[in-house]
Ligand binder design. Sequence first.
Ligand SMILES: Nc1nc2c(c(=O)[nH]1)N[C@H]1C(S)=C(S)[C@@H](COP(=O)(O)O)O[C@H]1N2
Ligand SMILES: [Mo]
Length: 408
Amino acid sequence: MTDMVDDSSNISRRELLNRGLASAAMMAVPSALVPASGSRASGSPPVATPKHKEMRLLSDRPLNMEAPAHLLDTAVTEADRLFVRNNGLMPVNPNSASWELLIDGESVTSPTSFTLDQLRSEFEVISLQITLECGGNGRSEFDPPAPGNQWTTGAVGCPKWTGVRLRDVLEKVGIRDDAVYIGYYGSDTHLSGDPNKVPISRGVPMHKALEPETLLAFAMNDAPIPIEHGYPLRLVVGGWPGSVCGKWLERIQVRNKVHDGPKMTGNAYRVPCEPAARGSQVADDAMCIIESMPVKSLITTPRSGMLCSVGDTLQVGGFAWAGDDEVGSVDISADFGATWTRAALQKPVNRFAWQRFNYGLPLKQTGYFEVWAKATDQSGRSQPMVVPGWNPKGYLNNACHRIAIQVV
Ligand SMILES: Nc1nc2c(c(=O)[nH]1)N[C@H]1C(S)=C(S)[C@@H](COP(=O)(O)O)O[C@H]1N2
Ligand SMILES: [Mo]
């Protein structure tokens, strides 16, 4: 027991219970995210939001950071704890007043630009909570390891987005019948600094682009989108890998073929079309584009490592999501999956929002326990208890989340 408790000698048992046993992995907030001064002239673009001190920094060039599970315990993910996934370098001080979004491409007859004011005034403005999860969330568990950011469980969140429907804007511009795909371009720069290179330009098929929940968002949680999350405009597409949600959005092309921008082709954001053995080589032409993300859940309370009292009922809670589908049920196990009990599950506030689950776990016995959560979507697909299909780039790990508790 003592090795789970740091400097336990002089603190009360109650205090230990309150603060839990886990010592947070504290990483310094990268200086790029600390505002230079406390105030800024009104009307000037927002400076970077300081992130929560417990966010885990994966790299600072490009900036990549994820949230420990217990920071994600609120229904609407706060800006200071939403993961950041950058492929290149963020634009410096983008000007929202002069910002324009250009809609063009082979399947657009009259390329059209919109200022942010035009988007706001010419189209219906709506707000939706939409879950954003990186396709590589959970990558760190693949064996043999897959290259890329070693995300654990924290590359997910569900903020509230406000903007206009991409569908309405495309309808106004006019799209030809041969439209197949959209592709986005943002104003971030390639890590090499080469202005002719694009860090990432992905997209979705027309049926996804035209869904009523696909947004051109200019606000997050009722504030301008923080710079690292795409200020002043980003694409938000529900249920698919976060990589389709283009940040710092300045151009959407409507293509007459599958978009072929950087990170659409090769093996980026693709998995083997046919399941592949661990560690195997898969040819690029045998890799298929990831579409809907698989069902998944995260236990956000208690935090892992909690010290609990025997006889108590432990309130276990968190969120579950299921790509294009809805979550139908969440089950909890405290005996390594031998037995499961159904948790209470809320409906999503809107399509593509994650769903809260809660369960009161009776602590009948002292000792070490793991609490596992397993979500099942409405089509009957459940999270696997072990890491699912190995793939060369380490995408789509939706294995059950597990936390540890010590009952005393
Ligand atoms: N322009 C641009 N858009 C982008 C990216 C990027 O690097 N540049 N990263 C993508 C990826 S891989 C993900 S997972 C999400 C992350 O969004 P967030 O940083 O706001 O959490 O943005 C996507 N949109
Ligand atoms: Mo991503």
